[in-house]
Design a protein around this ligand. Structure first.
Ligand code: BT5
Length: 272
C-alpha cells in the first residue's frame, strides 16, 4: 500500500471517519487510510493480489486522485468522501458500461433521499444546481481471479467556495448549507451501491428497462442540446434524447441519431 507518512492536515471541524463503524458493515471489508495516492490505484493493486469483492478503501486524503482520461481529482483532507469499491462482476462484458451509470444512480439516490437536489450528468457526474458534486471513475483490472471492476467515487462534502478545485464544482455544504456526517453518509452510499449492484448482477437490471428508465429519469443531460467532444477532436452536436440498452447516450443530430459510448467521449458540454 502506497501510504504517505504525512497525515492529512484536515481542519479540526472536519472529524475523521469512524473506522470502527465502517468496519462492521455487512458484505464489505472497509479500510480507512489517512493518505495515499489514489484509492482506485490502491484497490486495483489489491485486486491484482486477489482481494475479494466488497473490498473498499477510503482515503481521508489523496495525493494523486484520478479522473477520467488522466485528469485529476483533488479535495482538501477530510472535506470529501473519496473511496473505491472492488467488484468482481460475472455479467457479460457488454453489460459493464452500465457500472458507472448504476454507481452514479446509487449516489444520486442517497443524495436525493437526503434532500439534496442532485441529478446525473451522463456518463459519470453527479450535479447539484448544474455544478459537479461527485465524480465516478470505473476501471477494469485484470487479476488472477478474472476481470475486476474498481468503482471510485469522489463526493465533495464540506468544501468551501475557496477550496473548490474548479468553479464548476460544488459541495453538499455549499449547495444546502449543511452536510450529513461523513461516516453515516458513507454507510448509506455503500448500502445503496450494494443494492443497485446486486440488482444489476442478478440480471434484474442488466441493461434492461429497470435501470435504464430509472437512470434516464434522474439524468439531467436528456432533453438538452449537447456537444460531445470525441478523442479525435471531432464533436457530435445535437439533442440528447435517451440512453440505449448498452448505456450509451443517444444524440439526435442533423444527420440522424448517434449513440455515444462513455469510453468515446472526452467532454459533454451544453451546446448553444
Ligand atoms: C471524474 O473524472 O469525475 C472521476 C473522479 C473520480 C474520483 C474518485 S476519488 C476516489 C477514487 N480514486 C481516484 O483516484 N479517483 C476516484 P472526470 O470526469 O475526468 O473529471 C475530472 C475533472 O473534474 C477535473 O479535470 C476537474 O476539472 C474536475 N474536478 C477535479 N476535482 C474535483 C472535485 N473535487 N469536484 C468537482 N470537480 C473536480
Amino acid at each position: 500500500m502506497d501510504v504517505r507518512a504525512v497525515p492529512p492536515d484536515g481542519r479540526p471541524d472536519r472529524p475523521r471517519l469512524d473506522a470502527g463503524l465502517l468496519g462492521g458493515l455487512l458484505g464489505f471489508d472497509v479500510r480507512v487510510v489517512d493518505a495515499l495516492d489514489s484509492t482506485n490505484a490502491e484497490v486495483a493493486r489489491l485486486a491484482r493480489d486477489g482481494a475479494p469483492a466488497g473490498t473498499v478503501v477510503v482515503a481521508e486524503h489523496q495525493s494523486a486522485g484520478r479522473g477520467r482520461l488522466d485528469r485529476s481529482w483533488t479535495a482538501p483532507a477530510r472535506s470529501a468522501l473519496t473511496f473505491s469499491v472492488l467488484w468482481r462482476p460475472t455479467a457479460l462484458p457488454g453489460a459493464w458500461p452500465w457500472l458507472p451509470l448504476l454507481a452514479g444512480y446509487a449516489v444520486h439516490r442517497v443524495l436525493s433521499t437526503g434532500g439534496f437536489a442532485s441529478e446525473l450528468k451522463w456518463p459519470n457526474d453527479v450535479l447539484i444546481g448544474e455544478r459537479k458534486v461527485a465524480g465516478l471513475l470505473v476501471e477494469r483490472v485484470d487479476s488472477p481471479g478474472g476481470p475486476a471492476a474498481v468503482v471510485g467515487i469522489g463526493l465533495n462534502v464540506s468544501m468551501s467556495e475557496g477550496e473548490l478545485p474548479v468553479p464548476s464544482a460544488t459541495s453538499l455544504v455549499l449547495s444546502a448549507g449543511a452536510a450529513p456526517d461523513r461516516t453515516e453518509l458513507l454507510v448509506d452510499l455503500l448500502e445503496s451501491l450494494r443494492l443497485h449492484y446486486d440488482r444489476w448482477e442478478t440480471g434484474l437490471w442488466a441493461g434492461g428497462p429497470g435501470l435504464r428508465s430509472a437512470y434516464a429519469d434522474a439524468c439531467g443531460t436528456l432533453g438538452r442540446a449537447v456537444r460531445a467532444e470525441l478523442p479525435d477532436g471531432s464533436a457530435v452536436v445535437g439533442r440528447a434524447t435517451g440512453i440505449d440498452s448498452a448505456g450509451r447516450l443517444v444524440v439526435a443530430t442533423a444527420a440522424g441519431a448517434r449513440s455515444i459510448g462513455a469510453g468515446d467521449v472526452v467532454h459533454i458540454r451544453a451546446a448553444e
